[in-house]
Design a protein around this ligand. Structure first.
Ligand code: DGL
Length: 277
């Protein structure tokens, strides 16, 4: 059935925390007629250190609930750690839903690098995934790809964006392994393979031992979402559909303020998935 402006379904953007906002801001530019529901599984944050089996199950259970509750038009999984693990399972479990995924931008990095030295900065989960190894084999076999799994950067990005102090030394310790020098060549591209990291991009640029391209896939993900979400002639942005849901049910004051800055009200989660992990 054709949708009219009044009944346009929203787009759901999902992440473990507030990193998916880096994708949401691009998606909104390209889909101004759509309402957005931002879901942060903050009760499970950070995803980077989880074992694969329980995290996969958590994500599938959560989505069964989310899709039944909010009936979105499409879902942007704005989390590399979640999508590289459970993207295929989600598509299999919910074949009627359009999922737009986030995976490390290894292919564009391999196409653009001049030195052949590329680094992928991600969570420990994402660097371990078979999905990530397959991307390297398929698209970057001729490059030297250094995988850097950071234990702490997602938390640091959350702190930074909430206005808390983050020390230069601590950030530098996390990004330093990305900078490789080999036979006179230097790393020239660092893939930001965690949606939290673009919030720290200016800090990374300032601290980098030499200039590199910091590849943020947010815009490409938004473009892919635009291709899959029908553009309805004359449709206007609906009222009351821009809100954020935190699975903890209890985001702190600075997170609420951040959401407000993004024009998102905080809604009570109508979800059954428990806030325990
Ligand atoms: N933002 C997430 C990603 O893109 C992960 C952060 C985390 O929960 O560790 O991978």
């Amino acid at each position: 059935m054709a949708q009219t402006g009044n009944e346009l379904k929203p787009v759901l953007v999902f992440d473990s925390g507030i990193g998916g906002l880096t994708v949401l801001r691009e998606a909104r530019v390209l889909m101004p007629e759509r309402g957005f529901i931002y879901v942060a599984d903050d009760a499970g944050f950070p995803y980077g250190g989880w074992e694969e089996a329980p995290l996969r199950q958590r994500i599938l259970d959560l989505f069964a609930d989310l899709l039944a509750t909010y009936e979105p038009e499409a879902v942007i999984v704005a989390c590399n750690t979640a999508f590289t693990l459970a993207g295929t399972d989600l598509r299999q479990a919910f074949p009627d839903m359009r999922f737009i995924g986030t995976v490390p931008a290894i292919k564009p990095a391999a196409e653009r690098t001049r030195s052949g030295l590329v680094s992928v900065l991600a969570t420990p989960g994402t660097v371990k995934r078979a999905y990530t190894r397959d991307l390297i084999q398929s698209f970057a076999a001729r490059c030297h790809v250094r995988l850097v799994g950071s234990e702490n950067l997602a938390r640091m990005a959350e702190a930074y964006i909430r206005g808390e102090p983050v020390s230069d030394e601590a950030v530098l310790a996390e990004i330093a392994p990305c900078f490789v020098e080999k036979d006179g060549a230097h790393t020239d591209i660092v893939v930001l393979a965690c949606t939290h990291y673009p919030f720290l991009a200016n800090v990374f640029r300032r601290l980098a031992p030499w200039p590199v391209d910091w590849l943020d896939p947010a815009e490409a993900i938004a473009r892919q979402a635009r291709r899959l979400v029908p553009l309805i002639e004359g449709a206007e942005h609906p009222e009351g559909f821009d809100f954020a849901v935190f699975t903890s049910g209890n985001p702190d004051f600075s997170t609420r303020r951040l959401m407000q800055g993004f024009g998102l009200d905080i809604a009570t989660p109508l979800l059954k998935v428990a806030s325990d992990r």
